[in-house]
Design a protein around this ligand. Structure first.
Ligand code: 13P
Length: 247
């Protein structure tokens, strides 16, 4: 089954999330895709309440890189787990850039997520400058290596790698399907070199960056691509339902 992860980013109050979910779930047929909705922290409770038994997983957009204690404003793995969260996004470029999250912190977040039995959506991707200077694969390799450092091979089962070129996020621009396929191949090669061939085949890789109902058919048959991570297009229930229908 193809994977679809929706990242709501900093959109929707709890009341708006409730209205959204009631609308969406009244028209959503489970079983077509493996769906995770990553709403803001303040909506997780309502999401857990409404999505339970509806075949929709609750996701979160971030996790603290430490356990409990003196971390004002942070949300721990334990808190997420108890809020019904199954997957957490780690390493999104908006966090890498604005909140200065580096490879070390991302690696710690992943380990804490796994310790709390949470799945991880690990975002990797190059900037426009890196793309133009032909550094894409170098960047992907470096980001993957630092994020996955010290992990056991069997822990990769809980990781979904999201290839999100920074220049494609929120811009309406997308790579060509062949470019996505090449990046996916490179991601799997790094996994094969650092872990094993079998885990490179088994690890799930999705694409994110300006995916919507108009362009999804272009990408859905990309070789070895397991699904999508959607931002802006998930904010309208009808648009998200269309994407699901076309997958
Ligand atoms: P857009 O789909 O809005 O480009 O965002 C993608 C994204 O950042 C998902 O995490």
């Amino acid at each position: 089954m193809k994977i679809l992860i929706a990242n709501f980013k900093m959109n929707m109050t709890p009341s708006q999330s409730k209205d959204y979910l009631i609308n969406f779930l009244s028209r959503y047929e489970s079983g077509k895709v493996d769906l995770t909705l990553c709403m803001p922290y303040t909506s997780l409770y309502i999401e857990k309440f409404l999505c339970v038994n509806r075949g929709v997983k609750v996701g979160a957009q971030n996790i603290a890189d430490e356990e409990d204690g003196h971390n004002t404003g942070e949300i721990s793995g334990k808190m997420l787990k108890d809020s019904g969260v199954e997957y957490v996004i780690v390493g999104h470029n908006e966090r890498r850039k604005k909140f200065k999250e580096d490879g070390k912190s991302i690696n710690k977040k992943i380990k804490i997520a796994l310790k709390n039995r949470l799945g991880v959506v690990l975002c990797v991707g190059e900037s426009l400058i890196e793309r133009n200077t032909l550094k894409t694969y170098e960047v992907l390799k470096e980001q993957l290596k630092s994020a996955l450092k010290g992990l056991y091979e069997n822990e990769l089962e809980k990781i979904i790698v999201a290839y999100e070129p920074i220049w494609a996020v929120g811009t309406g621009q997308t790579p060509q399907p062949k470019e996505i396929e090449d990046a996916v191949k490179e991601i799997r090669k790094v996994i094969s070199d650092d872990f094993s061939e079998i885990s490179s085949k088994n690890i799930c890789v999705v694409y994110g960056g300006s995916v919507d109902s108009k362009n999804i058919r272009q990408f859905k048959n990309c070789k070895d691509l397991d699904g999508f991570l959607v931002g802006q297009a998930c904010l309208e229930p009808s648009e998200l339902l269309k994407i699901i229908a076309y997958m």
